[in-house]
Ligand binder design. Sequence first.
Ligand SMILES: *Cc1c(COP(=O)(O)O)cnc(C)c1O
Length: 375
Amino acid sequence: MNQLQMVDLGNQYQKIKSEINQSIQQVLDTTSFINGEAVKRFEEELEAYLAVKYVIPCANGTDALQIALMALDLKPGDEVIVPAFTYVATAEVIALLGLVPVMIDVYDDDFNISVEEIKQAIGPKTKAIVPVHLFGQCAHLEAIMKIANEHGIAVIEDNAQAIGSDYYWSNGTKSKSGAIAHIGCTSFFPSKNLGCYGDGGAIFTNDDQLAQKITMIANHGQSKRYYHDVVGVNSRLDSIQAAVLSIKLKHLDEYASARVAAADYYDQAFNNINSIITPFRNKHSSHVFHQYTLRITDGRRDALKEYLDLKKIPCAIYYPVPLYEQKAFVAYRGQVTHLPITDQLCKEVISLPMHTELNPSLQNIIISEVLNFIN
Ligand SMILES: *Cc1c(COP(=O)(O)O)cnc(C)c1O
C-alpha cells in the first residue's frame, strides 16, 4: 500500500491494538451488542470530557443533526440558517424535515459561518441556526449565541469536524466545542477526529427537557417500552463501536497534538509562498485540524490537484460546489445567485493528508511535490 494516505487508520490502530482488541473482546464476551454497558460507559466518559450534562449516542452524525432538529418542534416552512460552504449533511436533514435551509456566506479567513450574514438572514420564519465548526476550529459561537438568544432562535452546533477543540470566551473562560449551544452534534465516522470502526454519532445538550426529548426521538419516540409519545426514529450506537470509542477518547488530546504538529510543519513550508494561503487559526478557539486546507490563489488549484494525482500524492477538494449550487438544493436557493466568499473558496481550496500518523519525512514528500508544481 502507498505509505501516503489522506487518513492513516491502519498505523494508528497498530499502536492501540491491544487496548482496542481487549475492549471489543469484552463486548463479544457479554454479547450485549445493543445498549450494552459499553455504550453507557462511553456516554459517561464523553460527558465528563466535554463537561456537558447529556451525551445521547446515535447511529451517525447525519442522524444526530436530524434528531436535534426534530426535538425543536419546528413547522414545515420554518427556516434554518446554515453555511453554504459545508458538507451536505448539514442542509440535507433540514430539507428532509420539510424545513427550509437558508444557505449563507462564510468568512474568508476561518471559513466559518459569517455573523454579519446571519444578522441579515434572520427573518420571522427563522427558527434555528446550524453553525459548522469547519475543518477543526470553532465558528464564532459567542456572537452567534447572543444574536440567537435575542431572537429566541435555537442553535445546533455541527461539531462533526472539531470534537476536542476548545472555545475561548471573551471573559477568559473556555468550553469544549459541541457543549456550548442549545444542542451539539457529532459524527464518529472512522476518519473523523474521534472515529470508531463503523458508523456512529452523538447529540449533546445541557438542557434536561431537550435531553429527554432527544433520547425519546432516537428510540422510536418511546417514553417507556411500547409506549410511543412522538414519531421518532431508530438510531443507536452499537456496543462494539462504543468499546472502540472509549479507547480512542483516551487518546483524543494526544491525537489533536499530533495533528497540530503536522499542521505546524506544513505551515513552515508553505507560509512564504506567494500563491498559497495556509490555514488561518482564529483567536477564539483551538484548532484540531480535521483537515489541513490550503488556498491556491493563482487560479491553478485544479491543475495542482491533477499534478498531485499524477504523482500519487493524496489530496482532496472539500468542497468543490457551494451547497446552493448543488442540484438537490437549487429549489432552496431563493434569491441567492452568488455568495462571493463561498464561491471563491470552492475554486481555491485543496486539502492535504492530515492524520495522527504523519511525520516530517512523509510530509517532506508531499511538500516537495506541492512546491515543485507551484514554483
Ligand atoms: C461527517 C459530517 C457529518 C455527517 O456525519 P456522518 O456520520 O457521516 O453522518 C455532518 N456534518 C459535517 C460537517 C461532517 O463533516
